[in-house]
Design a protein around this ligand. Structure first.
Ligand code: FEO
Length: 135
């Protein structure tokens, strides 16, 4: 399976958010690359749980900016974050049995959701925050 590769087309123009997105790419890539999972001596379940926790931290960062700057689509955006949270909690529970691999459907979901969310939904705040002077 192809790994996620971050490039400038994923940049939302805010340094801290771009860094968080890169970290999420890295964590999903660790799940794709079983060798990495062995190097870090972590089970797939642990990596998936960490990724889920980091995603929550990232969503909170975005949502705090949205509240602070009164972003008009805040509630719709938050709803998407919530959908991802719910799905990944289910995935975490499913992989608690210390599996050595992640089912392909889960990896496909994580990759598709994250890339689509950044390129379509997150991009909607790019210009808004830029005009507010956020970098
Ligand atoms: Fe970057 Fe809306 O998550």
């Amino acid at each position: 399976m192809k790994k996620l590769v971050w490039d400038e087309s994923f940049s939302v123009g805010i340094r801290i958010i771009d860094e968080q997105h890169k970290e999420l790419f890295k964590m999903i890539n660790m799940l794709i690359d079983k060798k990495d999972a062995r190097v870090y001596s972590e089970t797939i379940s642990e990596i998936l749980t960490k990724m889920t926790q980091y995603a929550q931290y990232h969503f909170q960062t975005e949502e705090q900016y949205m509240i602070e700057y009164d972003f008009p689509d805040y509630l719709l955006h938050k709803e998407q974050h919530m959908t991802f949270r719910k799905r990944t909690v289910v995935f975490c529970n499913e992989t608690m049995s210390k599996k050595a691999t992640v089912p392909v459907e889960i990896l496909e979901y994580l990759k598709d959701w994250l890339t689509n969310h950044i390129l379509i939904t997150d991009m909607k705040y790019k210009e808004f925050f830029y005009e507010k002077g956020l970098r």
